[in-house]
Design a protein around this ligand. Structure first.
Ligand SMILES: NC(=O)C1=CN([C@@H]2O[C@H](COP(=O)(O)OP(=O)(O)OC[C@H]3O[C@@H](n4cnc5c(N)ncnc54)[C@H](OP(=O)(O)O)[C@@H]3O)[C@@H](O)[C@H]2O)C=CC1
Ligand SMILES: O=C(O)C(=O)[C@@H](O)[C@H](O)C(=O)CO
Length: 277
């Protein structure tokens, strides 16, 4: 079994350097995929109310041969549950579907700025943490200005900001802000949803140099940027490949060259304008 290293969040809790994305892992196949990832060594599982698979994630945890307390279960509050009381209710609903007594990392999925309720939602997350429903609280798709507002208004710094991050969109400025404030960066669509990234000449050349796969080059790049990637794979072999990235290191020049592939977001997921309910 692979050992995925841990890091410590700003609230003192342990977090993984790499986890499993579960978007689109549903039904019996989804459960089996999540069980196989846990058997490979994954400990961080990323779900959301809107993935409609919290039941599958909970069932996989019950079937897996590991102590529940060794797992880090993340879920996310959808836009339609924004608001202080609504956030707590949403978390209770997630706990019910997961069949768990505690969520390890709870995120706000999208800020939905035109709705104007993400600050109230954050206050609800703080309430939920005080009630012991969740262990760590963070956000997803928050900009520097939105993070600053949360911190100034509540004094509570999110433990994590999960954002679009891959070599085509390396998020240099936002990562620097996170580092300054002790916020752990987490990368969604870390493989750029496969797209053209894995066939880029630079990536295949580096894979040959390090005797690893293109996917491993990309995921190692994330970890060396101090960001936690959550690649999704339904396939046990690809899950193992994706998690096996801690036995080699890219040079600083190679990390910088990969960041030089920057060309923009995969789709129009700008959190100032893109909203999801
Ligand atoms: N907070 C947010 O707003 C968002 C969060 N997310 C989270 O991030 C996770 C990951 O992002 P996602 O969008 O799924 O995209 P990824 O970048 O993780 O890419 C997933 C795709 O890559 C394929 N793949 C995985 N491993 C390999 C490999 N070793 N070789 C070749 N192909 C591979 C998968 O296919 P296969 O399964 O067949 O292996 C799948 O088609 C999501 O599952 C979700 O948990 C995603 C988007 C937004
Ligand atoms: O996967 C997620 O967490 C999302 O927020 C998705 O809905 C994502 O926005 C997407 O896949 C849109 O095409």
């Amino acid at each position: 079994m692979l050992t995925i290293p841990a890091v410590t969040l700003n609230d003192g809790q342990s977090f993984a350097e790499l986890g499993l994305g579960t978007y689109n892992l549903r039904g019996e196949e989804g459960i089996e995929a999540i069980v196989s990832a846990i058997a490979s060594g994954y400990r961080l599982l990323d779900t959301a109310v809107n993935y409609e698979n919290e039941r599958e994630v909970g069932e996989a945890i019950r079937r897996a041969d590991v102590d529940r307390d060794d797992l880090i279960v993340t879920s996310k509050i959808p836009g339609r549950h924004h608001g202080r009381a609504e956030a707590v209710d949403s978390i209770r609903g997630s706990l019910d579907r997961l069949g768990l007594e505690r969520i390890d990392l709870q995120l706000i999925h999208w800020p939905n700025p035109s709705v104007g309720k993400y600050l109230d939602t954050w206050r609800g997350m703080i309430d939920a943490r005080e009630q012991g429903l969740v262990r760590s609280i963070g956000v997803s798709n928050f900009t520097e200005a939105m993070l600053t507002e949360l911190i100034q208004e509540t004094g509570v710094v999110p433990a994590v900001n999960q954002v679009e991050l891959h070599p085509y969109f390396p998020q240099g400025a936002l990562r620097a802000f996170h580092a300054e404030h002790g916020i752990r960066t987490e990368s969604w669509s870390p493989l750029a949803r496969r797209s053209d990234l894995l066939a880029e000449q630079l990536i295949t050349d580096l894979a040959a140099i390090h005797d690893v796969t293109p996917t491993q080059v990309v995921l190692r790049w994330h970890t060396q940027l101090q960001s936690t990637p959550i690649p999704k794979s339904a396939d046990a072999d690809r899950q193992r490949e994706n998690a096996d990235v801690f036995g080699f290191s890219l040079t600083d020049e190679q990390v910088a060259a990969i960041s030089g592939l920057e060309r923009g977001r995969l789709w129009d997921g700008d959190p100032d304008t893109h909203e999801e309910m």
